[in-house]
Design a protein around this ligand. Structure first.
Ligand code: PHB
Ligand code: FE
Length: 325
């Protein structure tokens, strides 16, 4: 495994630090993130890069593959992580130009989190919808550590239970979002038998989601063994192209999302899916996908966190699609 040496160079002329992770170097200027590795280089608009980096860090590399774009990304091995350029790009692969290094996940998160914090300037929130945040461009100007260090909601059992992740309200800093003012805010009445107050529970799921201050950030809201209910509010573009290592079920709770579905390995187009409120989809285990939400919408992502799954799919012991129609 490569040593994740994190030499952090002095500030450049724009006030930003450069970062090193094994053979990769990263630097930013006013508009772009620049990458170099032995044998290649790449450039990404810095807004796009920071939004993808935010998710990769907050989700601890997520499930499977996080493509920041068609060239750069990470592949999660849950403890270690492959950081790559061109690995899932048919053109790079054809010319054998891909570059991959494996690092300890913790070392990589450390470098990525430091880069995210240094490169995110005052007024820009990588989790926010474009209409709800300032610009990431220009020379270094302050920071937004509060936003980039937000903890992701990960309930132990269910949001709102005693000792678990809390419900959202005006009082704790979660007002109803501008696009969800029509969502009812009443709460269900729960009458538990004495002794079962912390076992029987319900809350207004739509009300909870209407108060989310972030986009494209599934939070773990209810857990039963490996079954994770991860709702999220979406607006504009999913900032990563996710390559699945298991099946993901989507339930569109409101409005609509357009999905581009491609072959996970090559990016060859496979499907366009328009999900409208009430639609359910099973995203296969051998695809990559990116969503486009024309207005803020509510999506329920149902994840199966069983750690045995990636290997079962990789060895073709499970079919990539869970249902045949
Ligand atoms: C996904 O890749 O499945 C995904 C990621 C983030 C979201 C929704 C879906 O907000
Ligand atoms: Fe996905």
């Amino acid at each position: 495994m490569a040593d994740a040496k994190k030499i952090e160079n002095a500030k450049n002329e724009f006030g930003y630090r450069s970062f090193k992770l094994g053979g990769f170097t990263f630097r930013r200027d006013e508009y772009f993130a620049h990458f170099e590795w032995p044998g290649g280089s790449h450039v990404m608009p810095v807004d796009k890069f920071l939004k993808a980096l935010m998710r990769d860090v907050a989700w601890n590399f997520f499930y499977g593959i996080v493509n920041f774009d068609e060239v750069f990304g990470t592949l999660n091995h849950y403890g270690t992580v492959e950081v790559y350029a061109g690995l899932y790009n048919a053109g790079y692969r054809k010319q054998n130009k891909q570059y991959v290094e494996t690092f300890k996940s913790d070392d990589t998160i450390e470098v990525f989190a430091a880069m995210l914090d240094d490169w995110t300037i005052e007024g820009f929130d990588p989790f926010a919808a474009p209409e709800e945040t300032g610009t990431p461009f220009g020379p270094k100007r302050g920071n937004n550590s509060r936003a980039v260090k937000r903890a992701r909601v990960v309930a132990k059992r269910m949001v709102g239970l005693q000792g678990d992740s809390g419900l959202r309200s005006d009082h704790n800093g979660y007002p109803v979002n501008r696009q969800f003012t029509d969502v009812e805010q009443d709460e269900p009445e729960v009458h538990a038998e004495p002794g079962f107050e912390n076992e029987v529970h319900a809350f207004n799921f739509f009300g909870y989601l209407s108060r989310s201050d972030v986009t494209w950030n599934p939070s773990v809201t209810a857990v039963v063994k490996d079954s994770l209910l991860c709702p999220t509010t979406e607006e504009f573009v999913l900032p990563i192209i996710h390559g699945n290592d298991r099946v993901e079920w989507f339930i569109q709770l409101s409005d609509e999302i357009h999905w581009d579905v491609q072959d996970r390995e090559t990016g060859a187009p496979r499907a366009r899916v328009l999900m409208k409120a009430g639609d359910v989809a099973a995203m296969p285990a051998d695809i990559r996908h990116q969503g486009f939400s024309p207005k803020r919408s509510m999506l329920l992502v149902w994840e199966n966190a069983d750690p045995a799954l990636p290997d079962l799919y990789a060895k073709k012991k499970l079919k990539p699609n869970p249902v045949d129609f």
